[in-house]
Ligand binder design. Sequence first.
Ligand code: NAG
Ligand code: NAG
Ligand code: NAG
Ligand code: NAG
Ligand code: NAG
Ligand code: NAG
Ligand code: NAG
Ligand code: NAG
Length: 384
Amino acid sequence: MATKRGFINLISLLLTGALYSFLATGITTIRPGDQLNVSNNLVSANGIFTLGFFNPGDSKNTYLGIWYTNKDATNRVWVANRDTPIFNNSTVLTIDTTGKLVITSTGDDPITLNSDQGTGNAIATLEDTGNFVLTDEIEKRVLWQSFDYPTDSLLPGMKLGVNLKTGRNWTLTSWLSYIVPASGPFTLSWDPTQDSEQLVIRRHGVLYWTSGVLANQAFEFMPGLNTPFSEYNYSLSYVSNQDEKYLTFSVTGSDMFRWTLTSSGNIEDGSNMVLNGGINLFCYGYESDNGCTNATLPECRSQHEKFEIRAGSFVGTPTDDTNSSLSISDCWARCWNDCGCVGFTNINDNGTGCRIWSGYMEFQQDESGGQRIYLLVSANPTKG
Ligand SMILES: *[C@@H]1O[C@H](CO)[C@@H](O)[C@H](O)[C@H]1NC(C)=O
Ligand SMILES: *[C@@H]1O[C@H](CO)[C@@H](O)[C@H](O)[C@H]1NC(C)=O
Ligand SMILES: *[C@@H]1O[C@H](CO)[C@@H](O)[C@H](O)[C@H]1NC(C)=O
Ligand SMILES: *[C@@H]1O[C@H](CO)[C@@H](O)[C@H](O)[C@H]1NC(C)=O
Ligand SMILES: *[C@@H]1O[C@H](CO)[C@@H](O)[C@H](O)[C@H]1NC(C)=O
Ligand SMILES: *[C@@H]1O[C@H](CO)[C@@H](O)[C@H](O)[C@H]1NC(C)=O
Ligand SMILES: *[C@@H]1O[C@H](CO)[C@@H](O)[C@H](O)[C@H]1NC(C)=O
Ligand SMILES: *[C@@H]1O[C@H](CO)[C@@H](O)[C@H](O)[C@H]1NC(C)=O
């Protein structure tokens, strides 16, 4: 009986395995002349990562990206053409005879991923680490790899820092909104500061937040990282030699490990937990006990003011700016610097553009169906 059950288990294991590889195995290698189109994907050897074309939300814009195969497809860890979307889904990814990785599409300019690093023996594979690598098959030499061109996410094994020889700077840049991959306002880099290297977030190039120094596998201002209650335990290593200075991390297990710099300027892990917690949604300039950078306060603002997200509506007419280059933190900065501003939110469905309420306006809370609004609140009772 036991043997029979063992046999059946073996059969079902084989069937599940076969089914799994049938589902997961798209193409595993791209060679010169091969084409990857919108209806097929490149899959890593053990199926952990997938590379393919995607349209975020209902957008007509097409992007080439990498995601964890078995997770919510909105979790893109890399985007090849974030600032040059494709508007026609006749698009394909190919390797030409000189070893150039090119995205071509009718009506759009071709996009070359590796400008001068091709050879005639180039093959492209997606590794189980999430690294999309172009290799010279004869010389066994890496010609180009996606890990050198980070988007908004750091995966185990990726580097954040600088290569002093090549001048390469591995930096994360946030998306413009939760649904628009275009380069957003925030960058995360590993920068030399007075005493040592730190993680640094800049907003439009201006210092915004610093992590504090790395000690005992923790950063002073990243309270969510490596606590006894953490879902993931990271092993952080800081490498500094003549050639390179960088931070990298590893983690054991096979879950969705990544750090992502969000469009509102936070660092989140794979379960969307904020690692640099303690920030009151934004860095206002009056606090430094959470890593935020001190800055000059607008004259009419005080240390008692901050924004909270509430569902509801204002009685009064807002000012709208539908400019789709504006990210939520741009709306925050407009409101914070406008003495009369009492609230703001995005105006476009894709999380861009600004709607701003100014003047004495009543806010009516409505948890059931209201709009999500960033409402100015004051902790100072005398100011109300
Ligand atoms: C994509 O390529 C496959 C062959 O690899 C082909 O069967 C399929 O029709 C193509 N899809 C489109 C939309 O061109
Ligand atoms: C683009 O692709 C989608 C999904 O494959 C399809 O529904 C749509 O008709 C295509 N659009 C064009 C213009 O080919
Ligand atoms: C998209 O591609 C098709 C066929 O490849 C072409 O007929 C059409 O004009 C293209 N559309 C745009 C908007 O470029
Ligand atoms: C790396 O790039 C970021 C963002 O452009 C920049 O702020 C930072 O100073 C650079 N770091 C180094 C060490 O060059
Ligand atoms: C992470 O390490 C802490 C102790 O340092 C331990 O209590 C916790 O259970 C670990 N968590 C995981 C997910 O391994
Ligand atoms: C930042 O500003 C706050 C409030 O004005 C002050 O208490 C704190 O000491 C300042 N921190 C630094 C590093 O200057
Ligand atoms: C839209 O906003 C961007 C960023 O603030 C700005 O550079 C651009 O000039 C604006 N475009 C228009 C049409 O106002
Ligand atoms: C976002 O939405 C606005 C308004 O609908 C639109 O003009 C803009 O093209 C969209 N941006 C992207 C990247 O889809």
